[in-house]
Design a protein around this ligand. Structure first.
Ligand code: ZN
Length: 219
């Protein structure tokens, strides 16, 4: 397999965009794969396409919209109001069950077809929002499973696993894309690009991380 190419699971948000540029630094050839999964803010895929064009990486979108109809969650169900914080003892209703399992499994098949053995995902255990499929144990387990399933030697890279949002901004800055990520990515649960709505959980996490990073940088 091609050890010089990597496939990034890419949503056009802060984390996966940071991973896209991290992959560009570490691999000769980078592919970005986005998913339509019935998310309310489908324009995130168009923003992802534009970022991939600027990054000069191969870009493809897979339509897996049916997974949005499998379960109830506020990222795909327009009738549901998103949880503003993690409810005690359960996952927030922004959790899409099986999403990372599903996306990474498809990404692995897609990569295998192209002889790519490196997969990159922006999951992080540090700012753990209660999503079990963002944890390191899950990723390691899936890596073993994918290799057994396809008799391959995939390596799943998680550059953000142990860093917080401030350190993710630091990495973006080090990669020379802080402004691009700040202005062109979409992380906001209310679908507003860049600095977003400012008050949803994703915007709050992103803003607090940026403020912390800029404060440390300017000291
Ligand atoms: Zn927001």
């Amino acid at each position: 397999m091609n050890r010089e190419a990597a496939l990034v699971v890419f949503s056009g948000g802060q984390d996966s965009t940071t991973c896209l540029f991290w992959a560009k630094r570490n691999f000769k050839k980078v592919y970005a794969l986005s998913f339509l999964y019935g998310q309310k803010h489908q324009k995130e895929v168009e923003l992802a396409r534009e970022i991939a064009r600027k990054a000069e990486v191969e870009f493809e979108v897979m339509d897996v919209s049916f997974i949005g109809t499998l379960g109830h969650n506020s990222l795909t169900d327009t009738a549901m109001v998103m949880d503003q914080e993690k409810p005690a003892g359960s996952v927030p209703n922004t959790f899409v069950p099986g999403r990372n399992l599903f996306f990474l499994s498809i990404a692995a098949v897609y990569a295998r077809e192209r002889g790519i053995s490196h997969l990159v995902t922006g999951v992080s255990q540090t700012d753990f929002s209660g999503y079990p499929d963002c944890r390191d144990a899950f990723i390691k387990s899936l890596n073993v499973t994918l290799n057994l399933a396809m008799d391959e030697q995939f390596v799943i890279h998680t550059p953000l696993m142990w860093i917080d949002k401030a350190e993710t901004w630091a990495l973006a800055d080090e990669l020379g894309v802080l402004d691009l990520i700040r202005n062109e990515t979409l992380t906001c649960y209310n679908g507003i690009q860049g600095d977003g709505c400012g008050h949803c959980p994703a915007c709050t996490l992103r803003r607090e991380g940026l403020e912390k990073y800029l404060k440390n940088k300017n000291q």
